[in-house]
Design a protein. Structure first.
Length: 407
């Protein structure tokens, strides 16, 4: 029998593209329409703060699929199309062009938007954020030798871009309101590793500071004024203070929203015909035993396979554990699991040489592992977390004890 259903995907990023791919892989033969606001085909965002940002090359590799793939798999992609409303009763979405498109099931993958400064001068020219290809191009243009670049926020994206700017020869200042960058994620011991890394490479990292305003002249930013009255000169200001999930559509449609759109383990929202994936999704995680919203690349890569199964009323695969990675200078890192920075920390290796694995333990059980310049250990770390085994901290810290032998 021919499947005459239409599944609409709202969001032209990685999660939307992987959702379309997973639906086809799982046997859906109906119509798939993917609507994205950007003019590009869906692409992955990590290169925007890594390789593409540094060189301006390799963008083709960032696209999830080619135009030919969408044609071959009968996926209708409509770029430059913004969905403005969802009519749940009529099972339709409304676009900025005034169209109404019917759906049988709807996948929301609208991602997130960088948080903007709510300060005087925040709208000056030269105040930049990073989300899109065009954003990356604008930041690369100001990463010139001798350029004075001030970063507000010492999170993952801010530090990645700061490392690229420093390597390009810019004069880099990072302003962080907390005592250490990343301390809310990693805790003080591991956050100090990244603080030391940037300072070693010449970054002027200022912690415990407040920002009062962006100074400027003739509509262009010229500096950042701090709470103590100090003005840090700037040719450009890069803001990296987190991102907010794009919940507007869902909220206006009456879906349950709480730090994203809330959903069950299969991504099903409070409306049984509407699903969510990617940055937007605050979903039940069976292994973690609670609802989580993960903004990292791997969630947009792997999560849609779970959601596609649920959309097709199939048994969904077990969700992956949270995972993310970063590259800064000569440091490469992978983080697997989800820990609280107050959990006990056990280190295997040497923090000073930045070649180690850090583990976060709660009640003797590994909650997360972070490998820094140590490779091919992600799978054993996953297995260790999933085993829920109580481990001996001394053996965990001993590099001569294989991780596979700890359970």
């Amino acid at each position: 029998m021919t499947d005459d259903r239409t599944f609409v995907i709202v969001g032209g990023g990685l999660a939307g593209a992987k959702g379309a791919e997973a639906l086809r892989e799982k046997g859906f033969e109906g119509s798939i329409v993917l609507l994205g606001s950007e003019q590009h085909l869906p692409y992955e965002r990590p290169p925007l703060s890594k390789g593409y940002l540094k060189s301006g090359e390799g963008l083709d590799d960032a696209f999830v699929h080619t135009a030919e793939w969408y044609a071959e798999h009968d996926v209708q992609v409509r770029t430059g199309t913004t969905v403005t409303a969802i009519d749940r009763e009529a099972h339709e979405v409304l676009t900025d062009g005034g169209e109404r498109l019917s759906y049988d099931r709807l996948l929301l993958a609208t991602g997130s938007t960088p948080r903007r400064l709510d300060l005087p001068g925040a709208d000056f020219g030269g105040v930049l954020t990073l989300r899109t290809i065009e954003d990356s191009d604008r930041i690369r243009a100001v990463m010139q030798p001798g350029a004075r670049l001030v970063f507000i926020g010492g999170g993952w994206i801010g530090l990645e871009v700061a490392s690229a700017a420093c390597e390009a020869g810019a004069d880099v200042v990072v302003l962080e309101s907390l005592d250490l960058p990343l301390v809310r994620v990693l805790g003080p011991q591991l956050a100090q590793v990244f603080a030391g890394l940037h300072r070693q490479h010449g970054v002027d990292l200022r912690t415990g500071v407040t920002v009062e305003a962006i100074e400027g002249a003739e509509g262009a930013a010229s500096g950042v004024r701090l709470g103590d009255g100090t003005v840090v000169p700037a040719d450009a200001v890069i803001v990296g203070i987190g991102a907010a999930p794009n919940v507007g559509l869902a909220q206006e449609a009456g879906l349950a929203v709480d730090n994203g759109v809330t959903a069950d383990a299969g991504g099903r929202t409070s409306d049984p015909d509407i699903f969510v994936a990617g940055d937007l999704a605050n979903v039940d995680h069976p292994f973690l035993g609670r609802r989580v919203r993960v903004e990292h690349w791997a969630n947009a890569l792997d999560g849609p396979a779970v959601v596609a199964a649920a959309m097709l009323d199939q048994e969904p695969p077990e969700p992956e554990l949270p995972y993310f990675f970063t590259d800064q200078y000569d440091l490469g890192m992978e983080y697997t699991g989800l820990a609280d920075p107050t959990d006990d920390v056990v280190v295997r290796g040497d923090l000073d040489s930045r070649e180690f694995i850090a583990f976060w333990l709660r009640d003797g059980r590994v909650q997360a592992g972070m490998n820094v310049n140590v490779w091919d250990v992600t799978e054993p770390i996953k297995a260790l977390i999933r085993s829920r085994a109580v481990v001996d901290p001394k053996r965990l810290a001993d590099p001569d004890v294989p991780l596979e032998n700890l359970t």
